[in-house]
Design a protein around this ligand. Structure first.
Ligand SMILES: *[C@@H]1O[C@H](CO)[C@@H](O)[C@H](O)[C@H]1NC(C)=O
Ligand SMILES: *[C@@H]1O[C@H](CO)[C@@H](O)[C@H](O)[C@H]1NC(C)=O
Ligand SMILES: *[C@@H]1O[C@H](CO)[C@@H](O)[C@H](O)[C@H]1NC(C)=O
Ligand SMILES: *[C@@H]1O[C@H](CO)[C@@H](O)[C@H](O)[C@H]1NC(C)=O
Ligand SMILES: *[C@@H]1O[C@H](CO)[C@@H](O)[C@H](O)[C@H]1NC(C)=O
Length: 341
């Protein structure tokens, strides 16, 4: 009964949101850079198209950085700040394992290219949001519209805040839903956004809890044997693909994996084990358009979390560092540009 009700609610929600996007936060718009940098979207897309020809793994990496940025203190590009001069920051917190240095480099290169064409008018947070969209679209996923006008944050997220804000791959649905509820994301957003695991790779450490000391009973036997071959010990530094069916394509095969008990993380497979999320996993596995519509919706929703707009924040000159300023907003010595020691 409960699951039928859930299915009806989900069906209604999916219908209501098909081809539509959530309302925009004030200060954001789809045409924000139309007069300052009319070629912005083409610059980003062409740059990434070339990059992905050489390294399609970068696409998953860039999407991950945008997720990470938005989940921790809002989509303000704080994840891009290089914390080495001012103590531990977001980049140094444990979930950093999923963040590839190439992704940070690509954002900085892209930003330099945009500056050359348009001047320093586009925020790093917007570059990241556009790069994430193109990382989806160029790998076969939906080509949704991205609201723009975000500004870059002035503050680092501390290591503690970062760890508390990011659901770990070892968490189950019961543990993750309350974390998401704090930022107004619901179970449908969870299932849709988890679809980002349709490409990319993971280190053994992120799923060793499911294969050591023995097989997680919710995992397929053959899948388990193969993973034990990839990760002979729990501290193996090896990596494996997140989606065994189509590891480099953005499609709905991730949900087919889950239905076959071939989800890699606890946070993946539990989506199929938990009655609150199972029916949507099945719906996405059957209907890719439904997944794409819902993914676009949830991405635009997530991409507007605690954004800075108008005169708040700044447009960083260098995505890895705050602009130099006279009055420090960061409560330690140093201004993020100079070494603090
Ligand atoms: C990731 O974080 C851990 C723990 O803070 C740290 O030891 C490690 O060097 C970091 N790795 C990278 C690639 O930055
Ligand atoms: C989810 O994880 C929490 C914390 O590890 C645990 O207490 C709980 O039993 C788990 N729930 C299910 C349904 O596995
Ligand atoms: C890494 O995984 C591959 C299979 O994915 C395996 O053939 C290889 O032996 C593993 N390497 C190590 C060092 O365990
Ligand atoms: C798949 O989902 C789309 C909504 O995105 C809907 O229009 C279509 O009718 C669905 N297809 C089937 C076979 O249910
Ligand atoms: C940008 O900032 C980072 C971190 O402070 C620094 O290492 C890098 O050299 C800077 N890049 C440029 C082009 O100034």
């Amino acid at each position: 009964m409960a699951s039928i009700l859930f299915y009806l609610v989900v069906s209604f929600f999916a219908l209501a949101s098909a081809q539509t996007l959530p309302p925009l936060e004030s200060g954001l718009s789809f045409s924000f850079y139309e007069s300052y940098c009319p070629k912005l979207e083409a610059i980003v897309r062409n740059f990434l198209k070339e990059k992905f020809k050489k390294d399609i793994g970068l696409a998953a990496g860039l999407l991950r950085v945008h997720f990470h940025d938005c989940f921790v203190q809002g989509c303000d590009a704080s994840v891009l700040l290089d914390g080495s001069a001012s103590g531990p920051s977001e980049q140094d917190a444990p979930p950093n394992l999923t963040l590839r240095p190439e992704a940070f480099e690509a954002i900085n290169d892209l930003r330099a290219l945009i500056d050359k064409r348009c001047g320093r008018v586009v925020s790093c947070a917007d570059v990241l949001a556009l790069a994430a969209r193109d990382s989806v679209a160029l790998a076969g996923g939906p080509n949704y519209k991205v609201p723009l006008g975000r500004r870059d944050g002035l503050n680092f997220a501390t290591r503690d805040v970062t760890v508390a804000s990011l659901p770990a791959p070892t968490f189950n649905v019961s543990t993750i839903l309350p974390i998401l509820a704090k930022i107004n994301l619901d179970s449908a957003d969870l299932v849709a956004l988890s679809g980002g695991h349709t490409y990319g790779r993971s280190h053994c450490s992120s799923f060793s809890n499911r294969i050591f000391p023995s097989r997680d009973p919710t995992m397929d036997q053959t899948f388990f044997k193969n993973l034990r071959n990839t990760c002979p010990t729990s501290d193996s530094s090896n990596t494996t693909v997140l989606d065994i069916r189509t590891p480099n394509v953005f499609d709905n095969k991730y949900y087919v994996d889950l239905m076959n008990r071939q989800g890699l993380f606890t946070s993946d497979e539990d989506l199929y084990m938990d009655s609150r999320t199972k029916s949507l996993v099945t719906a996405f596995a059957i209907n890719q358009s439904l997944f794409f519509d819902k993914f676009a919706y949830s991405m635009v929703k997530m991409g507007q979390l605690s954004v800075l707009t108008g005169v708040r924040g700044e447009i960083r000159a260098n995505c890895s560092a705050r602009n130099a300023r006279k009055i420090s907003m960061w409560p330690v010595e140093g201004d993020g540009q100079s070494a603090a020691h």
